[in-house]
Write a protein that binds this ligand. Structure first.
Ligand code: ATP
Ligand code: MG
Length: 600
C-alpha cells in the first residue's frame, strides 16, 4: 500500500477523550475514530490488526476441532425469557440494547449467545453419538456498558470470539476446557502479549470452574493476586488466602463508652488507640431480588478487612430460593435516599452493632421483616472486640461472641489482599498486579440447557440436559491491550504477528529519483515475497515521515537514503530502535528471517 493513497491522518496532540496511552495512540496514529459513546470505527490500519488477531484466534480454535459459524446479532426476547435472563439483562443490569420491532415484539442486540446456541443445540442434538460439539464465532457484540471507556477496552460495540461446547458429562467438558486453556495460551503468546491465567469467579451460575486470561498493565480494571513462586494467581474477586493475624485487643473489661466523631474504623482506632483488627465492623447492605423483595443484610467483619462484593453477591444469590426468588438484581450499601424507603427510624450509621434490631425496618410487603446477620470467618475468633453500640457517638469495648452478642451465621465474604499469606504455602505472601481481561473460559454446566430444555439421550437411554462450556476472547480489547503493553514515547510498537504491515519503506527525499527508484524496487520485491509493506511516498519532509512511522508502529522501517551510494539501505527495528545498513539485495531475505523468528 502507498501511504500517499491511503486515508491516513495522524494527530500531533492526543484528543481529550483519551486518557490512557493505548487509546491516545490508536486515535493519534489514525487506527480508530470515535463515532459515539463506546462506538468506534476501525479504520483500514486497525482492521488489518483485527483481522490478524482474529486469524490467530481462528487457527488456534480450529486446531482443537471447534467449528466456526455465525449466529444472529438480532435476538428475539422469548429466548432470553426462557433462560430467565431477559429481566436481568434489560432491567437490572440494563446491559442489553433492547427495543420493539414494528409488530411490537421485543428484540435485542446480542451481548452474548448462550441462548441462541442452546436453542440450536436443543433443535439439532438428540443423542450422545453427536457429542461433543463445539461451535464458535467471531463477531461484533453489543453491550450498553454503564461506563464505556478507554476506547476499544470497554466499548458498547466490540468484537468478540465466543464459543460454546456441548457434552454428555462433566468429565468430557473438562477435557475440552483443558484444550481451551492451552489454545488460549497459544493465542495470546502468538499475539505477542505478556499474560497470566488466573482463577476467576464463576458467579451465581456456580459451575466447576472458570479461568480468566489477563494482559498485565497498570491501567487494567482487574486486580490480580498472585504468589512469586508462580503457583497461585487469582482475580481478587475470587482469591482466597490467610489474613494477617489480628493484634489482640487491650480491652478485657466490657463497657460502653462515649466515642464522639468516630464513624469510621480509622477514626475509631485512632480514638481508642487500638489496632483496626481489634474492631468488629458491621456493614449494612440492601439486597434486591428478582421478585422485588428487599432484604437487609448486616455483615460483621474484622475491622482491618473488607467485604468482597462478588463473594457477597454470590452468597446473597444462594439465599434466593429460601426467599422465594431466583436471582439477585442488586446488592448495595443503601444511601440516605434508599434508607428513607424502608427505615422505620434513623439508623445509628457508623455506630451499628451486630445485634441491630428488626425494629429499624418498617413493615412493608416488599421488605423482608428480619435483618439477615452474617459474620465473616475473620471475625469469629475475635476476643474483647470494640464495636458499635447502636447509638451515635458510642461504642462498646471488650465485647465477646456468646456473651454480649450471639454469633451470626458464619460466611466467607472477605476480600483477599496483597500481604495475605498464601494457602498453598504460608511463607508466600500475595502480591498484587493489575490486568486487562482478554479472555474467559467457563465450565457452565446445565444452567442454560436445563432452562431451555436442551437435552440428549445417553447410552443408557436416559434423557439428560446437555453439559455446556463457554469460552470468550475480547478480540478488539486484545488488540488495544497489545498497544497498552507495547509502546514508547514515540508511538506504538506492534508485536510483529499482529502489526498492520511488517515493513514501512520511507523515501526521505521525494526529489531524489534514485531514492524513489530503489524504494519502488524494494516495495515490489518485498510485496512479491509476501511481506506486507507500506511505501511512504508522500510529499512530506523526512522528519515527518520518520515520526509517523514510529507513531504507527510498523516493526521494520527501511530508509532509501545516503547509504544507497554504497548499495545499501538503512533498516531500523521499531522495538529496539537499532539501525543497520543492509545491502539492497539482501533486504528481503533478512526481513523474512526476522519475521519468521518473531512470529514462530
Ligand atoms: P468485563 O468484566 O471486562 O466486563 P465480562 O466478564 O463481561 O468482561 P465476557 O462476557 O466473559 O466479559 O466476555 C468475553 C470477553 O469479551 C472478555 O473477556 C473481554 O475480553 C471482552 N469484553 C467484554 N466486555 C467488553 C467490552 N465492553 N468491550 C470490549 N471487550 C469486552
Ligand atoms: Mg462485562
Amino acid at each position: 500500500m502507498r501511504l500517499s493513497q491511503m486515508l491516513f491522518v495522524t494527530l500531533r496532540e492526543s484528543p481529550a477523550e483519551a486518557v490512557i496511552p493505548s487509546h491516545q495512540l490508536l486515535l493519534r496514529a489514525g487506527y480508530i475514530r470515535r463515532i459515539g459513546s463506546g462506538v468506534y470505527s476501525y479504520l483500514p490500519l486497525m482492521w488489518r490488526v483485527l483481522r490478524k488477531v482474529s486469524q490467530i484466534v481462528r487457527e488456534e480454535m480450529d486446531a482443537t476441532g471447534a467449528q466456526e459459524c455465525l449466529l444472529p446479532q438480532l435476538q428475539p426476547a422469548e429466548l432470553w425469557q426462557e433462560s430467565g435472563r431477559w429481566d436481568t439483562y434489560t432491567k437490572a443490569e440494563g446491559i442489553m440494547f433492547a427495543f420493539q420491532d414494528r409488530q411490537g415484539r421485543d428484540v435485542a442486540m446480542g451481548p452474548t449467545h448462550e441462548e441462541v446456541i442452546t436453542a440450536i443445540a436443543k433443535d439439532m442434538i438428540r443423542s450422545y453419538r453427536q457429542l461433543p460439539q463445539h461451535l464458535y464465532q467471531i463477531q461484533s457484540k453489543f453491550r450498553d456498558e454503564i461506563r464505556p471507556r478507554f476506547g476499544l477496552m470497554r466499548g458498547r460495540e466490540f468484537i468478540m470470539k465466543d464459543g460454546y461446547s456441548f457434552h454428555a458429562d462433566a468429565e468430557d467438558l473438562k477435557a475440552t476446557y483443558g484444550a481451551m486453556d492451552q489454545a488460549y495460551r497459544n493465542m495470546f503468546r502468538r499475539c505477542g502479549v505478556e499474560f497470566v491465567a488466573v482463577e476467576a469467579d464463576s458467579g451465581a451460575i456456580g459451575g466447576s470452574g472458570s479461568q480468566e486470561f489477563m494482559v498485565i498493565a497498570d491501567i487494567g480494571e482487574d486486580e490480580i493476586l498472585y504468589t512469586a513462586d508462580g503457583h497461585y494467581a487469582a482475580n481478587v474477586e475470587k482469591a482466597i488466602a490467610i489474613p494477617t493475624p489480628a493484634i489482640p485487643s487491650p480491652f478485657t473489661a466490657y463497657e460502653k463508652r462515649s466515642t464522639p466523631n468516630t464513624p469510621t474504623i480509622a477514626t475509631l482506632a485512632e480514638y481508642a488507640q487500638c489496632s483496626p483488627s481489634a474492631i468488629l465492623k458491621n456493614v449494612l447492605y440492601q439486597v434486591t431480588y428478582d421478585t422485588g423483595l428487599l432484604v437487609l443484610l448486616l455483615v460483621s467483619i474484622r475491622g482491618d478487612q473488607d467485604v468482597n462484593d462478588v463473594k457477597l453477591y454470590n452468597a446473597a444469590a444462594r439465599l434466593a430460593p429460601e426467599l422465594g426468588a431466583s436471582t439477585v438484581l442488586a446488592v448495595e450499601v443503601p444511601d440516605a435516599e434508599a434508607q428513607g424507603k424502608w427505615a422505620a427510624k434513623p439508623l445509628p450509621l457508623g455506630y451499628i452493632a451486630p445485634d441491630l434490631g428488626d425494629d429499624y425496618i418498617a413493615h412493608m410487603p416488599s421488605v423482608h421483616p428480619h435483618l439477615i446477620r452474617w459474620v465473616d470467618e475473620t471475625a469469629v475468633e475475635l476476643k474483647h472486640f470494640v464495636t458499635g453500640a447502636n447509638e451515635p457517638g458510642h461504642h462498646v469495648f471488650g465485647a465477646n461472641w456468646g456473651e454480649q452478642f450471639t454469633l451470626p451465621t458464619v460466611v466467607d465474604v472477605r476480600k483477599a489482599m496483597a500481604g495475605d499469606q498464601a494457602l498453598h504455602d504460608p511463607n508466600q505472601t500475595l502480591l498484587s498486579a493489575r490486568g486487562i481481561e482478554v479472555g474467559h473460559i467457563f465450565q457452565l454446566g446445565t444452567k442454560y440447557s436445563a432452562a431451555l430444555g436442551a437435552t440428549f439421550t445417553n447410552e443408557a437411554g436416559e434423557e439428560l440436559p446437555l453439559v455446556m462450556g463457554c469460552y470468550g476472547v475480547g478480540v478488539s480489547r486484545l488488540a488495544q491491550a497489545a498497544v497498552e503493553q507495547c509502546h514508547d514515547g514515540d508511538g506504538i510498537i506492534w508485536p510483529v504477528a499482529i502489526a498492520p504491515y511488517t515493513v514501512i519503506i520511507v523515501i526521505p527525499n521525494m526529489n531524489d529519483g534514485e531514492a524513489i527508484a530503489a524504494a519502488e524496487k524494494l516495495y515490489q520485491d518485498l510485496t512479491a515475497a509476501g511481506i506486507e509493506t507500506l511505501l511512504d511516498d508522500r510529499n512530506e519532509r523526512a522528519g515527518v515521515k520518520f515520526k509517523d512511522a514510529d507513531l504507527i508502529g510498523i516493526p521494520y522501517r527501511i530508509v532509501t537514503g545516503r547509504s544507497l551510494k554504497a548499495g545499501k539501505v538503512e533498516v531500523v527495528q521499531r522495538a529496539t530502535k537499532t539501525s543497520e545498513e543492509i545491502p539492497i539485495d539482501a533486504v528481503v531475505e533478512v526481513i523474512q528471517g526476522w519475521y519468521e523468528a518473531a512470529v514462530s
